[in-house]
Design a protein around this ligand. Structure first.
Ligand code: NDP
Ligand code: 8X3
Length: 250
């Protein structure tokens, strides 16, 4: 055990759950958060309360977040790494048909909650000369139909990461934006409101990124020598590439 502590948001599924397993396997202790308490409980059952501390709450609820921070057991109080992973896409409708409530939920989760937890944990991270890894997306760079607000939230995440890095100059705190492409997790189930067939169809034959692939990438970034900072890391499956511009003609 190396005694380091990672707070991983969205640790109940996909990238976050795989990252929790990877960092625990590597000897770190993990603070795992998400809304689904039962999944968090299973993590504690598997690894023990000395190695995993969990808190089940909605990351958009600032009061609940503050309670989670204030009630960290002393053994988990010194956070070395914050992985801002909790997030979601909702819907694929073009902007002119999109559901405004879904847009607001994406902004509240992917942007507002992310900056809130970051701001609240910055003093600890600075004290520990720690690191922040923000999970952005290729959607931050490459627009696609129906990606409107989701892509915009991820562009915010990437640019916020650059800004944090600038402000934290000289503190020793490392900041990285990770921008994955197509990855098979519960992401598409959530985006489609639980359409399993649509999710399976999207990933079929595409050999997408797996949650374990991404967890390994996070592990590599977090364990580089402390004088190195990965600023931005874009990762796609070989099967995915950018398409061109479109032209509409009368
Ligand atoms: P999953 O749906 O499998 O996991 C999303 C995680 O976010 C869950 O643990 C979920 O926990 C948590 N979460 C969502 N909303 C909230 C909330 N309001 N409060 C607390 N936790 C929340 O998807 P992924 O693992 O794929 O997604 C993880 C991150 O990766 C997201 O930020 C996503 O945008 C990004 N990403 C995903 C890609 C993909 O293709 N899969 C590619 C690029 C980026 P719970 O529901 O228990 O609250
Ligand atoms: C998830 C990847 O391409 O579905 O961020 O937006 S994509």
């Amino acid at each position: 055990m190396n005694g380091k502590i990672a707070w991983i948001t969205g640790a109940t599924s996909g990238f976050g759950a795989a990252a929790a397993e990877r960092f625990l396997a590597g000897g770190w202790r993990v603070i795992a958060t998400g809304r689904r308490a039962e999944r968090l409980r299973r993590l504690v059952d598997a690894h023990g309360a000395e190695r995993v501390h969990t808190a089940a709450f909605d990351i958009r609820d600032e009061a609940a977040l503050r309670v989670a921070i204030d009630s960290l057991p002393p053994a988990f109080a010194g956070i070395d790494l914050l992985i801002n992973n909790a997030g979601l896409a909702l819907g694929t409708a073009p902007a002119q048909e999109a559901d405004l409530a879904q847009w607001k939920q994406m902004i509240d989760t992917n942007v507002t909650a992310l900056v809130t937890i970051t701001r609240l944990l910055l003093p600890t991270l600075i004290e520990r000369r720690g690191a922040i890894i923000n999970i952005s997306s290729i959607a931050a760079t490459y627009p696609y139909r129906g990606g409107n607000v989701y892509g915009a939230t991820k562009a915010f995440v990437t640019q916020f990461s650059r800004g944090l890095r600038t402000d934290l100059h000289g503190t020793g705190v490392r900041v990285t934006a990770v921008e994955p492409g197509m990855a098979e997790t519960e992401f598409t189930l959530v985006r489609t409101g639980g359409d399993r067939a649509a999710s399976d169809q999207l990933y079929a034959g595409a050999h997408p990124i797996t949650a374990a692939d991404l967890a390994e990438t996070l592990w590599w970034i977090a364990n580089l020598p402390p004088h190195l900072n990965v600023n931005r890391f874009e990762l796609m499956p070989v099967s995915q590439s950018a398409a061109g511009l479109q032209v509409y003609r009368d």
